[in-house]
Design a protein around this ligand. Structure first.
Ligand code: IPM
Ligand code: MG
Length: 365
């Protein structure tokens, strides 16, 4: 064995640890099969960390994340911790956000594809969705979620006022635009950049900057600009016409859930969040890999959470952290085989448990 990859696994809350356990089983299986050594360390994030340490993300976890080749996160949060009010930046109230900001993972890659076995679970006719294969590139560390000032105040007339600002500087837009163009090179070579440049100043700068990076550095990529509101309609009507969808933090957050409709379930959506531009086959250190879904408190502890998003997230680790795209494709093929065999958790209309689905994926590998 030539190299050991260090993986930090942060299960998080509710179904988070359940799906991370499934993902790690697949990781270890592929590692054994291929003679790749993984050193996995587990720790806490989110509510679990709050209960143990009084903070949603400890400094020790951040230090371990910086030492790791890849960080695998389950999901964080739940009603138990919703009422905790901390005056301060959002990084203090949300452990995942702190991890993302401290790791400077601004490049969130969120793919969604139509799985033939799940067409009937989507709201689309098969001929509309068949073959759809999208990649949302979301700017993940700026924009309205982090703009300062933000806050809340009581006005003289007694009304409450709450506010945040949407802000981007040129360099932030340049670097995420390059991420989208780089990832498009390894796909169908098409980028749709989404903005509200008709009403927002930050949207105007976004469009100008994406246009310039395209003109100066990526003329071979097909770029179109689409207003965000129309983009939601267009992607819903014609998902196959799109390839890479580039968007700021807020719009990328929105559309990355929306494209879950193409995949048939939020339980099918993986993500890779990286500190640089990268294409499949890369060996990026310090990426944060997360299923896009939440903690699903209603089904936690029942052993029926869908592990597919996390298993596909492990596939993205092979693409972007371990430079083994061949193994990423193997994992995706195994997922496809298991879906076609009808081994499905209840969110997909089946009766299989998390373990049974994971066993089936491993058997297919
Ligand atoms: C996501 C989530 C998070 C985000 C929340 C939970 C802070 O919606 O990963 O899409 O907005 O980034
Ligand atoms: Mg979201």
């Amino acid at each position: 064995m030539s190299e050991t990859f260090r993986v930090l696994a942060l299960g998080g809350d509710h179904i988070g640890p359940e799906v991370v356990a499934a993902g790690l089983r697949v990781l270890r299986h592929v590692g054994q099969r291929e003679g790749i050594a993984f050193e996995v360390e587990e720790d806490m994030l989110g509510g679990a960390s709050w209960d143990a340490h009084g903070t949603f993300c400890t400094d020790a976890v951040l230090e371990k994340a910086r030492q790791a080749d890849a960080v695998l996160v389950g999901a964080v949060g739940g009603p138990e911790w919703d009422g905790i009010v901390i005056n301060g930046p959002i990084t203090e109230t949300d452990g995942l956000t702190r991890l993302r900001i401290e790791m400077d993972v601004y490049n969130a890659l969120r793919p969604a594809r139509a799985w033939p076995a799940l067409h009937h679970r989507t709201p689309f006719r098969p001929e509309i969705v068949d073959g759809a294969d999208l990649m949302v590139v979301r700017e993940n560390s700026g924009g309205i979620y982090y703009g300062e000032p933000r806050g809340r105040e009581t006005l003289p007339d007694g009304e409450e006022r709450a506010f945040e600002i949407s802000e981007y500087r040129t360099s932030e837009i340049e670097r995420i635009a390059r991420c989208a163009f780089e990832v498009a090179k390894g796909r169908r070579g098409r980028v749709a950049s989404l903005d509200k440049s008709n009403v927002m100043e930050s949207g105007k700068l976004w469009r100008e900057t994406v246009t310039r990076i395209h003109r100066d550095e990526y003329r071979d990529i097909d770029l179109q600009h689409v207003l965000m509101d129309y983009a939601l309609f267009a992607v819903a009507c014609r998902p196959r016409d799109f390839d890479v969808l580039l968007a700021d933090n807020l719009f990328g957050d929105l559309i990355s859930d929306m494209v879950g409709a193409v995949a048939g379930s939020l339980g099918m959506l993986p993500s890779a969040t990286l500190p640089c531009a990268a294409a499949p086959g890369s060996r990026v250190r310090g990426g944060v890999f997360e299923p896009t879904h939440g903690t699903a408190p209603d089904i936690s502890g029942k052993g029926i959470a869908n592990p597919m998003a996390t298993i596909l997230t492990v596939a993205m680790m092979f693409d972007y952290a371990f430079a083994r795209s061949d193994l990423a494709r193997d994992i995706e093929s195994a997922v496809d085989v298991v879906l076609n065999a009808g081994v499905l958790t209840p969110d997909l209309g089946g009766t299989a448990t998390t373990d049974a689905v994971t066993d089936a994926v491993i058997a297919a590998l």
